[in-house]
Design a protein. Structure first.
Length: 733
């Protein structure tokens, strides 16, 4: 984003902030005692975060952590994985052509979509349990208490694959009283439907259960002009959580969740063509349908499939957490299990016709066991010691059918069919610890250390199903063979923090995080499936301050990250290429907020980051220089228990490079406006809300790649169009 674009975004946000408080300023005069009560009530509460293994006040954590609470999730309509980037600044989420394949980057660094066997450099956690794939995280995105984003390397404490940050989601737990809640919504623009509900059932004084479920029918807005269908993703999920507290010192929480998701159609569109794509469409019997323009219309269609793509996911998750207080110490045992089965059929040529059709069903299983011992805090020294065991598998059987005609005389047709089998096993044992030492009353030092021994092995094979140039030469067969490697990695962190006053903290930290190497499932030459471990070193300095009884918050952090052997996957129009490169990112983040009264607050969270590929001397992919959000929250009491509220935000990011492939345009800058209005009866808990996302209906794309074997053609995945949802909810805590 150019400076003028950024200035415009901030100016428009300021205008919204000025307009927003009008209802609050129009209040009638009140008694001085009542005025004082309102002033006291406007004092901002402490925000407690748990992502770093302890309950901590957000302002006392010597790291950049962002917290999105349940109220923000509901009032801003966070319903999908992509919505997280609307409420967590500088978290960029990109989706590949398949609806369930996401990548997430923080400060311009993360993992690209396109290789399902990759572990993400930004780790995902649900209720403290490591989640290997984004689609399993997305399936858990309902009945949520909070979403916390931890920026920078946290490998010493958080564990596996947190070299560049983490996103931790906490779901709601059973309450002590009988209670129920629901949230239903209907998208007035596209027809999407949301229904989410939960109920607390206290069975006894020591045992309670929470049942929760969700149904979401998400209509993307992309229309297939071949058959008039729309791209639609549907998900159904249910969760049961049981909590047992047999004594004051023992707390046991068990959870089981099941989710089923399906997606029909594709959001992908052809946005640039040199003529090859139009010619292929006409040759397949669809003349004049292929258009190279971003307009939420696509002509991607396979007569064999009867559409463009189909996906189905069955995901299950279980977790058992036991907290046992041993005097002033707490022993925590956390067991986690996840499994997912994924099926898909895709028109891989991205034009009308059956030139390329593939299916890549996969399955994933993972078991984790973590033990932690935490000492009491508040003394001269405190610590957390722990160990983690992980075992998982990922299997993929991909069938590619190619039938591209000869592009020129003497050039062979790209035809043939293959079956590529991939089976990866992963086992890891890790021991870790972090200690905090109070050098003086105000100065504290912390040191963390983690050793991880990890082994990955893979069985690979490729079989020719239909002979042709593609299956014999371009993507040659391989007899079954195996690869295996064991790594031992030591990660560490060191930090200093100084509490200048009750409301001001300065800190500095340096740390290293490692993401293990592994094997890619989608490479053309299976002998190149191996990629090296990725090692990130991050230094950060920051200041956290609050003034005026916490009504004003000013947090600023500067960071520098160097990533050696960053794990990169890209598609060049012919084949997937997996390898390693070196990256660097440095910049400044700010978190500013002001709540002059309980009826009005404004905020601005901004990141300026310069990320670069050091080997190529180019910008890093999916790394905008500017990104952030600015907005307001306003309210007005109508009398009795009724309250009006309004929230507004502008989300912005500057232009960025997409995949590392020749001939791709830049992803354009983006400025998107959100606004919601609501009325709530605080006595009954019933609220009616109108939520608008991307109200300016900005049309831009979030991911690009070359069209297969179509020189000069580019396919884009558009960001969601305008959405306006009417939402009714009941119940809150």
């Amino acid at each position: 984003m150019r400076y003028m674009d950024f200035s415009r975004a901030m100016l428009l946000s300021g205008i919204a902030a000025v307009i927003g408080p009008v209802p609050a300023l129009a209040q009638t005069a009140t008694h001085p005692d009542e005025q004082q009560a309102q002033v006291d009530a406007s004092t901002a509460p402490e925000i407690v975060v748990t992502a770093l293994k302890r309950d901590q006040d957000l302002q006392s954590v010597p790291a950049t952590v962002q917290n999105v609470d349940a109220e923000a999730i509901a009032t801003r309509g966070v319903n999908t994985f992509e919505d997280i980037s609307r409420v967590a600044p500088a978290v960029n989420i990109n989706t590949a052509p398949t609806a369930s394949n996401f990548s997430i980057t923080i400060r311009g660094l993360g993992s690209e979509p396109g290789e399902a066997a990759f572990d993400s450099s930004v780790s995902l956690f649900v209720d403290g349990v490591y989640t290997p794939r984004s689609r399993e995280f997305s399936a858990s995105l309902f009945d949520v208490e909070s979403i916390q984003v931890v920026k920078g390397g946290q490998a010493a404490l958080l564990g596996k694959n947190t070299s560049l940050g983490a996103v931790a989601m906490t779901t709601r737990k059973p309450g002590a009283d009988y209670a129920g809640d629901f949230r239903v919504g209907h998208d007035l623009e596209l027809g999407s439907v949301l229904a989410e509900a939960g109920v607390d059932l206290p069975i006894s004084d020591t045992f309670s259960i929470r049942l929760a479920g969700r149904y979401l029918r998400d209509v993307s807005g992309t229309v297939n002009i071949v058959d008039g269908s729309r791209s639609i993703a549907t998900s159904r999920a249910g969760r049961i959580v049981a909590r047992w507290t047999p004594t004051a010192d023992v707390d046991v929480t068990a959870m089981y969740q099941i989710a089923a998701s399906s997606a029909i159609g594709t959001r992908a569109e052809l946005i640039r063509s040199a003529g090859a794509s139009e010619a292929l469409g006409a040759a397949a019997g669809y003349p004049g349908l292929v258009e190279a323009v971003l307009d939420y219309r696509t002509a991607i269609y396979s007569p064999t499939l009867g559409g463009s793509s189909f996906e189905y996911i069955d995901a299950q998750r279980g977790a058992l957490t036991i907290d046992w207080r041993l005097g002033d110490y707490t022993l925590t045992a956390q067991t986690g299990y996840t499994r997912s089965d994924f099926e898909q059929d895709v028109d891989g040529d991205f034009v009308p016709g059956d030139y390329s059709v593939y299916g890549a069903p996969d399955r994933s299983r993972q078991f984790t066991q973590e033990l932690r011992l935490a000492s009491p805090t508040g003394g001269t020294f405190d610590f957390i010691l722990g160990a983690l065991y992980l075992r998982g598998i990922y299997a993929n059987d991909a069938t590619y059918n190619q039938n591209f005609p000869s592009p020129a005389p003497g050039v062979p047709a790209i035809s043939g069919s293959t079956l590529t089998s991939f089976y990866q096993r992963d086992s890891a044992v890790s021991v870790f610890g972090q200690g905090n030492l109070s050098l003086t009353e105000a100065l504290k030092a912390s040191i963390g250390l983690r050793y991880t021994s990890e082994k990955k092995s893979a069985d690979l094979a490729r079989t020719v199903l239909v002979p042709g140039f593609y299956s014999l030469v371009a993507s040659p067969p391989f007899a079954p063979f195996s690869l295996s490697e064991r790594e031992g990695n030591i990660d560490a962190s060191f930090g200093l923090s100084y509490q200048m006053s009750d409301q001001a903290l300065i800190y500095a930290s340096i740390g290293q995080g490692t993401k293990a190497g592994g094997y890619a499932s989608s490479v053309t030459d299976l002998r190149t499936a191996r990629y090296e471990p990725e090692r990130a070193r991050t230094a950060e300095v920051g200041i956290k301050t609050q003034f005026d009884d916490r009504r004003i918050t000013v947090n600023v952090a500067g960071f520098y990250t160097r990533v050696d052997d960053y794990q990169l996957v890209s598609y060049n129009g012919v084949a997937f290429v997996t390898g390693n490169t070196d990256l660097r990112s440095y910049g400044v983040e700010s978190q500013l907020s002001w709540a002059p009264s309980r009826n009005f607050s404004i905020y601005s969270n901004n990141t300026w980051a310069k990320a670069k590929d050091l080997r190529l001397g180019l910008e890093a992919t999916h790394a905008p220089v500017w990104s952030g959000v600015a907005g307001f929250d306003a309210g007005h009491d109508l009398g009795g228990s009724l309250r009006l509220s309004a929230q507004g935000a502008v989300n912005y990011r500057s232009s960025q490079i997409g995949q590392r492939a020749a001939g791709l345009p830049r992803l354009p800058a983006s400025t998107r406006f959100d606004l919601s209005f609501g009325i709530e009866d605080r006595d009954s808990g019933v609220a009616l809300r109108l939520i608008g996302k991307n109200l300016n209906n900005e049309r831009t794309f979030g991911f690009l790649f070359p069209a297969p074997l179509q020189p000069g053609s580019v396919v884009g995945i558009p960001m969601p169009p305008r959405r306006i949802m009417l939402q009714l909810s009941y119940g809150s805590r």
